[in-house]
Design a protein around this ligand. Structure first.
Ligand code: DGT
Ligand code: CA
Ligand code: CA
Length: 571
C-alpha cells in the first residue's frame, strides 16, 4: 500500500477535527494536529522510512502511540480510532469544519440543530437562507459559506503544495530519465516558477522518439488513469490525485516550449505582443519571421530576439518584470549559495529531535558560518520550553562549543512567545543575554494582530518576528495583520521579519518580500528546522524570496556574523 505523507497528514488532521467536533480533550486534538504538521513537513515518505526500519517515535512530536498509528496507516490506509469515531461523528463533518467561517464548534451546532452532515446539505441550507439567523452567523457569513460550498461541489481544482508536488515530481522525472533516448526532462509550469502551490505538473522532455517516451510515461506505476494519450503528449492522473501533462519536443524548439509551458500565461501574452510589434510570431515551437523559424533552442535566444535579458522563472508573473528587464533593472536574485547561516532552528532541548552538537555539525556541513539556536522558552502551551536555568545551561554549552571551533559560531537565541497583550513570555534579564531574540505568536490569534506584533517589537531586546502572518498553506488563513504597518514599525525600531522556510508556512510570502524590499526592510531567511536534515528547507525560503525579487543585499543572513551583528543592533 503506498500512502504518501500529504495523505497521512490529511488523515491525522481529519481525526483531530472529528475529535474536536466530538469535544475531546484539547491536548489530544493538538497532539494529532502537531503530528499532521510533522508528517507533512518530513523530507521523506513515512512509508519509505518504515521500510528501512526507522523508529518513527524518534521524530519530533511523535510518541510510541502515534508511531503505531502511522504504521497502521501505511499498511491499511487508515487507523482504528479514525474508523471508530466515524461511526458516531459523520466523516463529512471534518470537511465542513474546513469551510471558511465555520469550524468544529459551528459544524457541531449545525449538525445538532439543522441535521447538516454533508457539503450538499450545507450548500442547500445557505441557499435557502437558513443560516444567517443562527446565533453568531449573519448574512455575510452565509454568503461566504454559499460560495465556498458551491466551489467545493463543482469540484474546483485542489492545489497541491510545492513541497508535496516535489516529492511526486522528483521520482517521476527520474523514471522518465531512465528511458534510453530521453535527453532532458524538466518540470515547467507553476512548479518551475516555484509558486507555493501547483494545480498540475507540466513536464517537458526532449526525445527523438516521441511515441516511445509517451508509452513509457503512461506505464509509470503511480499512474491511476490516462486521460489523454497522443504521439507527443499525454495527460495522466496519478494515484495521489495530481494531474501531469507530458510533452515531448525536439531539441530545436526546446527553449520555445520551455518558455511557453513555464508561463505564466500573463507573462507569455506580454512577450507575444512585444513580438508582434516587431513582426515576430512567438509560439511553443519557436520565434518566426513570416514563416521562417529564427530562434527557439533556448529561452535566452527568445528573450534576446525581443532585446530582453534572460528573465528568471520566479519573476515571470507579469508583475513588472518585463518593464524592469527593458529598463535593465532586473534584480540579481539571491541564491542558496549566498546564505551564510540559519537564524531560527530548534534542538531537542525544546521540541526538536537533534542535539545541539548534531545541529551544529549539520550546519557546518552545509558550509554555514553561523547557526542561531532558538529553542522555545517556557510558556503555557509550549511543550518542553526552556526556563531560565535550562537556557543558561544551553548558553554555557554554546560557549564551550564556540571556544573549540574555528570559522563557525553558534548564536545564542530563543523563540519567545508574544502574549495576547504584546508582552513577551520571558524576562528581559534573560533576553538581554541572547545574540538574537525571535518573537512569535503561537496562540489566541483571532482578530487583528497588528498592534500585538508592534507591541512585541517595542521590547528593546527583540530582533526578529517569526512567521509573521501565522498562515498555514491550504489549512489556516493568515491572522489579520496590516503588514505595511508592521514593517514600518520594524524599520523604526531596527527590527526585522523572517521568511520561514517550513513547507507548510512560507511566511512571509512573496508579495510581503516585495513590500519589504520596497520599504528597505531586510529580512531573515530561516528554516525553523526541528531536525538536522530539515536545515535543507532553506531552499524553500530562498524560492519565496526570489519570487519576491530579493537580492542578496536584501537579506540579513547573507552577511558574515560581524556585519550581521551590526545590522541587528536596535535603534
Ligand atoms: P497551475 O498548474 O494552475 O499551478 O499553473 P500553471 O502556470 O502551471 O498553468 P497550467 O498548468 O495551466 O499551464 C502551464 C503553462 O502553459 C502556463 O503557465 C502557460 C502555458 N499556457 C497554458 N495555457 C495557455 C494559453 O492559453 N496561452 C498561453 N500563452 N500560455 C498558456
Ligand atoms: Ca501546471
Ligand atoms: Ca497543465
Amino acid at each position: 500500500m503506498s500512502v504518501h505523507n500529504p495523505e497521512i497528514a490529511r488523515l491525522l488532521e481529519r481525526y483531530a477535527l472529528l475529535l474536536e467536533i466530538d469535544r475531546a480533550n484539547p491536548f489530544r486534538v493538538r497532539a494529532y494536529r502537531n503530528a499532521a504538521r510533522v508528517v507533512e513537513n518530513l523530507p521523506r515518505d513515512v512509508g519509505a522510512m518504515l521500510e528501512e526500519g526507522a523508529d518513527l517515535s524518534e521524530l519530533p512530536g511523535i510518541g510510541k502511540d502515534l508511531a503505531h498509528k502511522l504504521e497502521q496507516i501505511c499498511e491499511t490506509g487508515k487507523f482504528a480510532e479514525l474508523r471508530e469515531i466515524e461511526k458516531h461523528v459523520p466523516a463529512a463533518l471534518a470537511d465542513l469544519a474546513e469551510v471558511p467561517g465555520l469550524g468544529p464548534k459551528r459544524v457541531k451546532m449545525l449538525f445538532e440543530t439543522l441535521k447538516i452532515k454533508s457539503m450538499a446539505g450545507l450548500a442547500a441550507a445557505a441557499r435557502h437562507g437558513k443560516l444567517h439567523e443562527l446565533p453568531g452567523f449573519g448574512a455575510k457569513l452565509e454568503q461566504t459559506i454559499l460560495k465556498a460550498t458551491e466551489a467545493h461541489i463543482s469540484g474546483e481544482e485542489q492545489r497541491v503544495r510545492l513541497f508535496a508536488a516535489e516529492q511526486i515530481a522528483i521520482p517521476l522525472v527520474k523514471y522518465l530519465e531512465s528511458l534510453k533516448g530521453i535527453q532532458k526532462v524538466t518540470v515547467a509550469g507553476s512548479y518551475r516558477r516555484r509558486k507555493e502551490t501547483v494545480g498540475d505538473l507540466d513536464i517537458l522532455a526532449i526525445c527523438t522518439k516521441g511515441k516511445t517516451a509517451i508509452e513509457h510515461f503512461v506505464r509509470y506505476n503511480e499512474v491511476a488513469n490516462v486521460l489523454a494519450e497522443g504521439t507527443t503528449r499525454a495527460t495522466v492522473k496519478l494515484k495521489s490525485g495530481l494531474q501531469v501533462d507530458l510533452r515531448v519536443v525536439p531539441a530545436k524548439s526546446y527553449g520555445a516550449a520551455l518558455l511557453y509551458f513555464t508561463g505564466s500565461k500573463a507573462h507569455n501574452i506580454q512577450l507575444r505582443q512585444m513580438g508582434m510589434k516587431r513582426g515576430l510570431k512567438i509560439n511553443e515551437y519557436g520565434v518566426f519571421r513570416k514563416e521562417e523559424w529564427i530562434a527557439g533552442q533556448t529561452e535566452k535566444d527568445i528573450y534576446a530576439r525581443l532585446d530582453l535579458p534572460y528573465i528568471e522563472p520566479e519573476l515571470r508573473e507579469n508583475t513588472g518584470e518585463i518593464e524592469a528587464a527593458k529598463a535593465g533593472q532586473l534584480p540579481r536574485l539571491l541564491t542558496l549559495k549566498d546564505i551564510k547561516g540559519d537564524l531560527h532552528i530548534h534542538t531537542n532541548a525544546s521540541d526538536g529531535n537533534a542535539t545541539l552538537e548534531e545541529m551544529a555539525e549539520a550546519a557546518r556541513a552545509r558550509g554555514y558560518e553561523y547557526l542561531a539556536i532558538s529553542d522555545h522558552t517556557k510558556h503555557v502551551g509550549i511543550t518542553h520550553g526552556l526556563d531560565g536555568k535550562r537556557l543558561a545551561r544551553q548558553m554555557n554549552a554554546i560557549d564551550r562549543l564556540n571556544a573549540r571551533s574555528r570559522g563557525f559560531r553558534l548564536l545564542k537565541s530563543a523563540e519567545v512567545d508574544i502574549l495576547p497583550d504584546g508582552r513577551l513570555a520571558a524576562d528581559d534579564a534573560i533576553l538581554r543575554e541572547l545574540d538574537i531574540v525571535t518573537a512569535a505568536i503561537h496562540t489566541q490569534f483571532t482578530g487583528d494582530q497588528t498592534q500585538r506584533l508592534i507591541r512585541a517589537m517595542d521590547n528593546r531586546y527583540v530582533h526578529i518576528v517569526a512567521h509573521p502572518t501565522g498562515r498555514l498553506i491550504g489549512e489556516r488563513e493568515a491572522y489579520g495583520v496590516d503588514m505595511r504597518k508592521v514593517m514600518q514599525a520594524a524599520l523604526e525600531r531596527g527590527c526585522h521579519l523572517e521568511v520561514n522556510g517550513q513547507p507548510s508556512r512560507l511566511d512571509l510570502n512573496e508579495s510581503h518580500c516585495k513590500m519589504a524590499k520596497e520599504m528597505g526592510l531586510k529580512l531573515a531567511l530561516v528554516t525553523d528546522a526541528h531536525s538536522a536534515d530539515t536545515l535543507d528547507y532553506m531552499r524553500h525560503a530562498v524560492d519565496q524570496a526570489r519570487r519576491g525579487w530579493l537580492a542578496s543585499k536584501d537579506v540579513l543572513n547573507t552577511r558574515a556574523w560581524a556585519d550581521l551583528a551590526k545590522l541587528l543592533k536596535r535603534h
